[in-house]
Write a protein that binds this ligand. Sequence first.
Ligand SMILES: [Zn+2]
Ligand SMILES: [Zn+2]
Length: 342
Amino acid sequence: MRAAVVHGKDDIRIADVPTPSPGTGEVLIKVRGSGVCATDVKILGGSGLPKDLPTILGHEVAGTVEAVGEGVSGLTIGQRVAVYPIAACGRCYFCARGRHSLCTDQYGLAHGADGGFAEYVLVPSRIVELGGIVDIGDMPFDMAAMIEPVSCCLSAAELCGTTAGNNVAVIGCGPLGLLHVIVSKAMGARVIAVDPIEARLIKAREVGADEAINPQETNVLEQVRRLTEVGADVVIAAIGLSKVVEESLPLVRSGGVFNIFGGTPKGETISLDPRWLHYGEIVLTGTFAASLQHFLRSLEFVKDNHDTLAKVISARCGLEGLIEAVERTKSGAGFKTIIMFD
Ligand SMILES: [Zn+2]
Ligand SMILES: [Zn+2]
């Protein structure tokens, strides 16, 4: 099969590799849509690169069931599915409480197991047992590849307690920031989008943002205060820049929730005034992935919000377009790229 194989930092090569075959409990998926995520780009850039190389990235996978291993039931060959990417153990403290992303003994697609930037992906038995291969009905494969990133936004919205009438500030309007705009709007919030790139602000408005602020032109804190009087009920920092996370802290109102959604570079720190946290009764939290339950809810969300979500996809290309897509993601150009296979 053709695959984009990562050999090391910034070293990705499109090559022929053996097509895996499913062992007991495993399922082979013919990949049809595979989303390019900022996480892939970070890993490729050396941050969190697995020790076992070569590897195949891609954790936002949709396709059809190609073959099933011994002992697998409930799936049919040719079935159209999306794959929950975390191979959680199902037994630890966190799994018992449905917090699969916090599993103490986890691996997953593009994270210990080969991922979806390939014609086929072998789904580990743990994911199969968890019920992580999910029927998508007649949903197009590019949209089905969006179920995973949307699930992370739903997870964050739940943690933040986002409800109708809330003022939600989304800092960073890359693909995931835009998904936060869409999810927050669907929950009835008023959304204030913040990004220094004008094209992203235009897109944020297109997908429903009520306000769009360019920090290079406007004082964000003053503007958010003006719009909300007390500050935002919820702030989602959908950026991987520690400095911007720190600068965005004062946007949240007293008693509000601040969510660090974007992963920042290792070793960087932010400083905050404990008195601000204490006297402001601020809730500071983070989200990086989602549980299977969020993934299942995301499937329904993607069905219901198809037209708006489609606006976040800015490119669809074959596997040979992956390297360019990585470059675009690095430079902040375009939005979501989905790698498509026939
Ligand atoms: Zn992702
Ligand atoms: Zn676990």
